[in-house]
Design a protein. Structure first.
Length: 153
């Protein structure tokens, strides 16, 4: 079961350029944005963003840290910084019809970038963030495959 309330997206850097997709539906139709999507029922957010990026672009990437979290009354979204693992970027031709690799500077200059993606790129360019890194701590009552905490050293 999918939902429209919990969403994730990921900043993936490949050869000093950031991965973007051109969206094919909704309010972002025709615009570029960093890839992501909705968290499925009983799915951890870090697994959701890894799945969504693979489904939409063919890229395998792993979560490194949390860049930011956006909260709105109708939805929250976690923006992850991701490590590129492998794969050649390509469109899924469903949710997007183009995959682009752009520098943050080139991305913010475009008229077809979503507001959130533009703000994320400005933040990255200015290095004006303190990412929450993954911790190696696991609660003693938790299964390490079902537990993840960021920012706790």
């Amino acid at each position: 079961m999918n939902n429209k309330y919990y969403c994730v997206c990921g900043v993936v850097t490949i050869d000093n350029k950031i991965l973007f997709v051109r969206h094919t539906y909704g309010t972002a139709k025709g615009r570029i944005l960093i890839p992501g999507g909705f968290v499925k029922e009983n799915e951890m957010p870090h697994k959701a963003v890894e799945r969504e990026i693979f489904e939409e672009t063919g890229i395998t990437a792993k979560v490194n840290s949390i860049l930011s979290v956006q909260f709105k009354p109708e939805q929250w979204c976690i923006i992850f910084l991701m490590d590129y693992v492998c794969g050649t970027p390509h469109s899924d031709n469903l949710e997007n019809n183009e995959v682009l690799l752009l520098s943050a500077k080139d991305a913010v200059m475009r008229d077809d970038i979503t507001n959130l993606s533009k703000r994320i790129m400005q933040t990255i360019m200015n290095k004006n963030f303190a990412a929450l890194n993954k911790s190696d701590y696991t609660a003693t009552t938790s299964n390490p495959d079902e537990y993840l905490i960021f920012g706790v050293i």
